[in-house]
Design a protein around this ligand. Structure first.
Ligand SMILES: Nc1ncnc2c1ncn2[C@@H]1O[C@H](COP(=O)(O)OP(=O)(O)OP(=O)(O)O)[C@@H](O)[C@H]1O
Length: 231
C-alpha cells in the first residue's frame, strides 16, 4: 500500500505540492487528475525518490521513502509516458537486463511468459526495441513490473499517445494489477480511462488534492463536469 503524510514540496517560494495526505490500499487503483502543473508528477517523483519533499513523508508498504530511498525502489515499478529502454536490445533482452538489475535471474521461458502476459506478440520478443510502437514499449515496461513483482505501481500518463486498442489493452492490464492485490497510482489526463479502471479518483489543483472520491459514483460525463467545476 501507499501512503503520504503531509507531503509538501517547495521550489524556492513556489509551492508545487501542498501537504498531500493520500492512502491507497492493496488492490486499489487511484487516478490522479489535474491540469498541467497541478503537481501530479511532483508527487510521483517524490515517491520514486527522484526529488526530496520539503516536509512530510511517503510510505510504500510501510517503509519511509525519506529514510529508505534505495529500499523502496524494490517495491515500486514506474511506467512513465515514454518507457525508456535500450533500442538495440530486443524486448526479451531489455526485460532480462532490467530484471537482473532488480535482482532476478529468470530463464528465457519465464521472461517470455512475462511478455506474453502483457499481450506482446511472440514474434516481437526477439526484435530490437527500436522498431517497437509506443504501445509495445509500454508492454515491455509492464513486463518489467511483473518480473520485479512490484506491489506498488506508479504510472505517469501511461496512455498518452496510445491508440484506442493499445489504451484498452493497457487499461485491462492495470485492472488485473488491481485484482492481483497490487496498489496503483496513475496520473492521467484521460477522464474516460480514469472512470473505467480506477477505484478512486483524485483531482489536484495548484498542488492541492481538492477532490478524493470513489469512482463508482460517476459516469465519465459526470466526472468531466466535476473536473471542469473543480479546476
Ligand atoms: N525543478 C523545478 N523548479 C521549479 N519549479 C518546478 C520544478 N519542477 C516542477 N516545478 C513546478 O511545479 C509545478 C508542478 O509540476 P508537475 O510537473 O508536478 O505538474 P503535473 O501536474 O505533473 O503537470 P503535467 O500534467 O504537465 O505533467 C509546476 O508549476 C512546475 O512548473
Amino acid at each position: 500500500m501507499l501512503k503520504t503524510v503531509h507531503l509538501h514540496k517547495k521550489y524556492n517560494d513556489f509551492t508545487a505540492l501542498k501537504s498531500l495526505d493520500l492512502e491507497i490500499g492493496k488492490g486499489e487503483i487511484f487516478a490522479l487528475l489535474g491540469q498541467n502543473g497541478a503537481g501530479k508528477s511532483t508527487t510521483i517523483n517524490i515517491l520514486l525518490g527522484l526529488i526530496k519533499s520539503t516536509s512530510g513523508d511517503a510510505f510504500i508498504n510501510g517503509i519511509s521513502v525519506k529514510n529508505n530511498p534505495q529500499e523502496i525502489k524494490k517495491h515500486l515499478a514506474y511506467i512513465p509516458e515514454t518507457v525508456l529502454l535500450y533500442p538495440n536490445l530486443t524486448g526479451i533482452e531489455n526485460l532480462d537486463f532490467f530484471s537482473k538489475i532488480a535482482g532476478f535471474n529468470y530463464s528465457k521461458e519465464e521472461l517470455s511468459d512475462f511478455l506474453k502476459r502483457t499481450g506482446l506478440q511472440e514474434i516481437a520478443h526477439h526484435k530490437p526495441l527500436g522498431g517497437y510502437s509506443k504501445g509495445m514499449r509500454q508492454k515491455v515496461g509492464i513486463a518489467i513490473a511483473l518480473a520485479k513483482d512490484a506491489k506498488v505501481l506508479l504510472l505517469d500518463e501511461p496512455t498518452s499517445g496510445l491508440d484506442p486498442i493499445a489504451t484498452a489493452e493497457f487499461t485491462e492490464i492495470v485492472r488485473q494489477f488491481g485484482q492481483e492485490g497490487r496498489t496503483v497510482l496513475m496520473a492521467t489526463h484521460d477522464i474516460f480511462n480514469a472512470v473505467s479502471v480506477a477505484t478512486n479518483i483524485g483531482i489536484m489543483k495548484q498542488g492541492e488534492l481538492v477532490q478524493n472520491l470513489p469512482s463508482k459514483t460517476f459516469s465519465a460525463a459526470e466526472l468531466q463536469e466535476l473536473y471542469l467545476k473543480t479546476i
